[in-house]
Design a protein around this ligand. Structure first.
Ligand code: CA
Length: 221
């Protein structure tokens, strides 16, 4: 999953950016509102984390511009504890949730999972297709009737991308887009390597190759 972090505070930004990568998100970080809008116009994101106090164009203006151009990307506001009015205007303006500064990263990640779940139309916290299930909270995969298997960050991110749309074929470029943020070097065979690792852990049938097109998980039983 790819996340855009919009935060001008260098210490908070760096801490959150690092924590997002540790949590298996492909994370990009911008420090002002104009750049956030430009970036969101050209790159697809699964979620935006938006600080409200930004130089130039503040977070509420960014949110208003996004929703005005019919961009429905899931969005969580990050704001100071005393900014009740801004928080309410953010929720009324189309934000999906908010987190108060200072926050625990574990809480931010849990809220992100909840927003992504709701946006995906899933009531259950666990993703699955009847063959394999994936728990975003623990990053463990379980084959039907089997034991939970821990996955690496990238293995998790790849299987998650496929399980969000069982039956849909994702190309190498589409998978790389969900696995790597800006500035992260992508080895030419990285996707094949990860799929090989997942099949070794979970069995060859977990991911199907559609020759010349990409990869998919079955639509389910
Ligand atoms: Ca700020």
């Amino acid at each position: 999953m790819r996340v855009l972090l919009v935060e001008d505070d260098p210490m908070i930004g760096e801490a959150v950016h690092d924590a997002l990568k540790d949590a298996a998100f492909a994370a990009d970080w911008v420090r002002d509102g104009h750049l956030a809008l430009d970036t969101l116009a050209v790159q697809r994101y699964d979620l935006v984390l938006l600080d409200l106090g930004l130089p130039g164009q503040d977070g509420l203006q960014v949110l208003a511009s996004l929703r005005a151009r019919k961009d429905t990307v899931p969005l969580i506001i990050i704001t100071a504890r005393d900014a009740l009015d801004a928080r309410l205007r953010g929720l009324d303006g189309g934000a999906d949730d908010y987190v108060l500064k200072p926050f625990e990263m574990a809480e931010l990640l849990a809220r992100m999972r909840a927003v992504l779940r709701r946006k995906g139309g899933q009531a259950a916290p666990v993703l699955g297709n009847g063959i394999v299930t994936l728990d975003p909270a623990t990053r463990e995969a379980t084959m039907a009737g089997g034991q939970p298997v821990p996955l690496s960050q990238r293995e998790f991110a790849l299987l998650q991308a496929l399980l969000l749309r069982p039956g849909a074929i994702l190309s190498r470029g589409e998978l790389e887009d969900r696995l790597y943020g800006w500035g992260e070097e992508v080895q030419s065979n990285a996707v094949e390597y990860l799929i090989h690792a997942l099949r070794r852990k979970l069995g060859a049938e977990v991911i199907r190759n559609v020759r010349g097109v990409g990869w998919m998980v079955a639509k389910g039983a």
